[in-house]
Design a binder for this molecule. Sequence first.
Ligand SMILES: [Zn+2]
Length: 246
Amino acid sequence: MARSGRNARGPLVGLLIAALVSLACAGGGLAEPEGERPAPEVSKASPEANTTRADSTTSVAEFEQDVADAQAIAERYWAAQFKASAQRFQPIRRITPYQREGEVSCGGQPLPRNNAVYCSQGDFIAYDVAWSVGAFRQVGDAFVFYLLGHEYAHGIQVRLGINYSFTIQQELQADCMAGAYLGDSVRSGALTLAEGDLDEFREGVAAVGDDPDQPWFAEGSHGTAEQRTDSFFRGYERSLEACDLG
Ligand SMILES: [Zn+2]
């Protein structure tokens, strides 16, 4: 996965998703406690994680660079979409890493560990660094671009005034929008995929699916692995027309 201008990386060899990860993120801005899952095991707990990814290093610096690239690409992408509709675009105000529970709050609610959210009060994305780096090491760098794209999409939903009755509709649309920003950016040449990145998307999106017994209408439902993968790739292949933005 490379932003244009950076060197494309080699193929990814082997994927390890030992633990499921979950994106708990609410369009309304609050993290859902039931979205929490154990953090993916990282380096010391899972030494093989460091040897599964052949396409680049797994350093925190690499992770941070990917976050910055994903942010830049998302901003450029959404700015162009808004411009095409003659609307003014305001980028999401900031992206905030955190390390401890309660270090960052959203609307007065402390954000828990093992989470990534878009917070509409304050218009920012926040993510648990250890959790996110763990997922990055487990799934691959494509996961960072998906994660950022999904949270960014929640910010776009707020800008467009989209507010579904059920969490799952909001979440699956955000997956579709994340797919569209990535697919369109690849098609425009803003982003270059390395061999294996598409598989990383597939594995990464599936890994954040709900438990099969989670009721679809429940507060906090994000969709099953199959639903999330379908939504993501619908957007990836067919762009925003597939995402029911209205
Ligand atoms: Zn979400």
